[in-house]
Ligand binder design. Structure first.
Ligand code: KDG
Length: 316
């Protein structure tokens, strides 16, 4: 059984071949996009065994998503095909300064009907880690119940839970998400938090105050605070440190946070110290920004080791 289980929706994501407004685009490139499967793929590339639980429509986009994730080596036996609903899609609009705006077409998608019955308890009970995000509970009430159910199984079986709030305002719409995310943080052990999300959740930009606020949740053992081009902070209840960024040439930042999660969690699973975990998180996140897709830039374990040892690549 896989060491790491993730749960969530993955979409067929379309980006215009040329960086133009979508209305002028004549060609699109189709890739996959899903925070949880991104993290699973990142971990899998680093040599961890991972599984992804989800629902997909019985359609071409569902087949594309399933084939893509399976081809990266992620276990997809926990994926249910729902003939009555469609696979969700999204479009990426490239903007100035290498920013990206997304438009979702996922209301009522197959994954938005995920329910606790879709969860194989044994896979979570036997895993070394359950990784979930705040995207799934934003999709529907049954998705929210599914995540709570999965966390309950993890707690009963002492499987550590990592949680990334991944706040997507376009999905929460009018829903008051603070109490929902706070409750999920209180059920987690490892918190992966973006700096802007920390500010939204804890009303402060002060790193020290964020660390204090997070460790008031007695369940949390590790916090990674992702600060984009400034690097990250990582710590435990007793101490934290700043980890400088890994240099990169960003062309699309989407997927970097999930890549960071994969690198950081890989370090923890390998028993590395918190500084090394954060360093690997920074590397995987930085490499993710250098490609247009979410996952293409995530490194193999061999490449990561070369970077950590500062070895030159020999191409010829
Ligand atoms: O973190 C990247 C994700 O946001 C992207 O891949 C799509 O999962 C996605 C979402 O719901 O926004």
């Amino acid at each position: 059984m896989p060491d790491v289980i993730t749960i969530g929706e993955t979409l067929a994501a379309f980006a215009p071949v040329e960086s133009v407004r979508l209305r002028y685009a004549s060609g699109f490139r189709m890739r996959i996009a899903g925070a949880e499967s991104n993290t699973a793929i990142g971990l899998q590339k680093l040599g961890c065994s991972t599984g992804w639980i989800s629902r997909l429509g019985d359609d071409e986009f569902g087949a594309f998503v399933l084939n893509s994730i399976r081809s990266e080596g992620v276990d997809t036996t926990g994926v249910h095909i729902d003939p009555s609903r469609r696979t969700g899609v999204m479009f990426k609009q490239p903007l100035a300064n290498n920013e990206t705006e997304v438009s979702y077409y996922r209301d009522g998608s197959a994954a938005s009907a995920l329910s606790p019955d879709d969860i194989d308890a044994a896979s979570i009970a036997n895993a070394k880690l359950l990784h979930v995000t705040g995207i799934t509970p934003a999709l529907s009430k049954s998705c929210h119940r599914t995540i709570v159910h999965a966390m309950d199984i993890a707690a009963k079986n002492r499987t550590p839970v990592s949680f990334d709030p991944n706040i997507r305002l376009k999905l929460w719409k009018e829903t008051e998400f603070h109490p929902i995310l706070t409750e999920l943080i209180a059920r987690s052990n490892i918190l992966m938090l973006g700096m802007e999300e920390a500010e939204i959740l804890f009303s402060t930009k002060s790193v020290e105050q964020i660390f204090q606020a997070v460790f008031k949740f007695g369940s949390i053992t590790h916090l990674a605070l992702k600060d984009g081009a400034n690097g990250s902070y990582a710590g435990t209840s007793t101490d934290y440190l700043h980890i400088p960024p890994h240099p990169c040439k960003c062309i699309d930042p989407v997927g970097a946070g999930d890549g960071y999660n994969a690198g950081f969690l890989f370090g923890l699973l390998e028993g590395m110290d918190i500084e090394q975990c954060g360093k690997i998180g920074n590397i995987v996140g930085a490499l993710a920004t250098e490609t247009k897709g979410d996952i293409e830039g995530y490194p193999s374990r061999k490449y990561l080791e070369q970077l950590l040892q500062k070895k030159q690549n020999i191409f010829r």
